[in-house]
Design a protein around this ligand. Structure first.
Ligand SMILES: [Zn+2]
Length: 279
């Protein structure tokens, strides 16, 4: 990815699809973004999100919409204000629309129900394999389901953030969640988006970390080990809570690990890194 004239271009040098919206207004302060704000759409479709942002009645938008396959649509140039942050503040600045790029990732976010019967706010069922059960840091103790983000989305957003960072001089610690800048009102991107790990990934540290370290499985009901990086791949076995594994390589949020039993390395396979804690 690269940025030219405040537009995003892919690795082949082609501009990403651009769909203009009237839901925008004015230049960013200083003519360039200082922060990048990560959001989830709370729906299941990039097309639906783009149409929603194009409708003047809704008075919301974002610079970029990232779909499940990592497909990207730009809607507002990076030197202009999209309407994604709303009432917000960070480090003494109010109204982050004036100084940030908003990236909306297609993801249902917070779910309703319980293990085995998670559903979206619209009533669509979500399989347990696509759900992280966790409490939002703003509401400790209130464990609920959150849809996982796709590896393609994570990799695309990382590539976008690197390109924006190089062009505008934005450091990894200036990548924020909507829940950072509007903590009273907003839960996105929430606990399924591991911001610390994402920032580490920007600097290439996640790979090094995974290649050398020992981890413990934290999933209370066990963690599926699969033949490839993603839930479409065949399940090899269930790693029980507390199993020790060593990291081998990473593919976004999916990590190839070796199970360690009796001090010796045993089965290897892919697991979702959300449920691995460093030892
Ligand atoms: Zn948001």
């Amino acid at each position: 990815m690269q940025v030219k004239r405040h537009r995003l271009f892919d690795a082949q040098g082609a501009g990403v699809p651009f769909e203009a919206t009237a839901n925008q207004g004015g230049r960013l302060v200083g003519g360039k973004p200082r922060f990048i704000i990560i959001h989830y759409t709370a729906n299941g479709s990039a097309r639906g999100t783009v149409e929603f942002f194009k409708n003047p009645v809704n008075k919301v938008s974002a610079h970029l919409v990232v779909g499940h396959d990592g497909d990207v649509t730009q809607m507002v140039a990076f030197n202009e204000r999209a309407w994604h942050a709303g009432r917000s503040s960070w480090m003494g600045r109010d109204g982050l629309n004036a100084c940030s790029v908003g990236i909306e990732i297609v993801n249902w976010g917070k779910l309703q129900g319980a293990t085995g019967r998670w559903k979206t706010w619209t009533g669509t069922p979500i399989a347990d394999d696509r759900v992280v059960e966790a409490a939002h840091r703003h509401h400790p103790g209130q464990v609920t389901g959150w849809e996982i983000f796709d590896t393609a989305q994570l990799q695309t957003v990382a590539a976008i953030v690197r390109a924006l960072g190089e062009t505008y001089g934005i450091a990894p610690d200036a990548v924020l969640g909507h829940d950072d800048i509007s903590p009273q009102r907003k839960s996105d991107p929430g606990p399924a988006w591991d911001m610390q790990r994402f920032r580490a990934m920007l600097g290439g540290r996640a790979e090094e970390e995974a290649a050398t370290a020992l981890f413990e499985v934290t999933a209370r009901r066990g963690l599926n080990m699969r033949s490839g990086p993603g839930i479409a791949h065949e399940r090899i076995k269930l790693l029980t809570h507390g199993t020790l594994v060593s990291g081998i390589e990473t593919d976004g949020l999916w990590w190839l690990v070796a199970e360690i039993s009796d001090g010796a390395e045993d089965d290897t396979g892919w697991v979702h890194s959300h449920w691995l804690a460093p030892r």
